[in-house]
Write a protein that binds this ligand. Structure first.
Ligand SMILES: [Zn+2]
Length: 151
């Protein structure tokens, strides 16, 4: 399966500022799924999704190493994750997910502020309009996802 993401080119061309995007409240507020965020964790709709339904879970503080998480952040993470998976599962009618964390400068992460990528996975329907010749199209904009998951 190959995935065609129309916004991914914009992702690689975007200007990376000196400040952290995940510490920028206007970036967060634009993408936040309030219904899923916790006291210590933001849940946002990915602006440059790998697949439809891609969300990101981010500590509200600038944290670059798992050992920097406080006890409260550690305790709340599985709660936010489970709530997010439940909502994604209902919304995308699946029990399958990819949950990814890239850690460290050589892991391929573009922002060192730790963040979990959560992607719901579905059986590919060969009759779907989102698939063409082995390519899967990402058809959902982050604002549509935000609206869908805030219901
Ligand atoms: Zn940050």
């Amino acid at each position: 399966m190959r995935i065609l993401v129309k916004n991914r080119a914009k992702y690689w061309k975007r200007k990376i500022g000196k400040t952290c995007d995940f510490c920028n409240l206007s970036v967060i507020k634009d993408q936040e799924i309030k219904k899923l965020s916790g006291k210590h964790w933001w849940v946002i709709a990915a602006k440059f999704p790998y697949l439809n339904g891609n969300i990101i879970i981010i500590p509200k503080r600038h944290v670059v190493d798992l050992n920097q998480l406080t006890k409260d952040e550690d305790m709340e993470f599985p709660v936010v994750l489970k709530k997010s998976l439940k909502k994604l599962g209902e919304s995308f009618k699946t029990k399958s997910f990819n949950i990814t964390l890239n850690l460290g400068p050589d892991s391929g992460c573009s922002l060192n502020h730790i963040h979990w990528q959560i992607v719901p996975r579905q059986k590919i329907n060969p009759n779907s309009q989102a698939i063409f010749n082995g390519f899967v199209l990402v058809t959902m904009d982050y604002k549509d996802l935000k609206k869908k998951l805030n219901k």
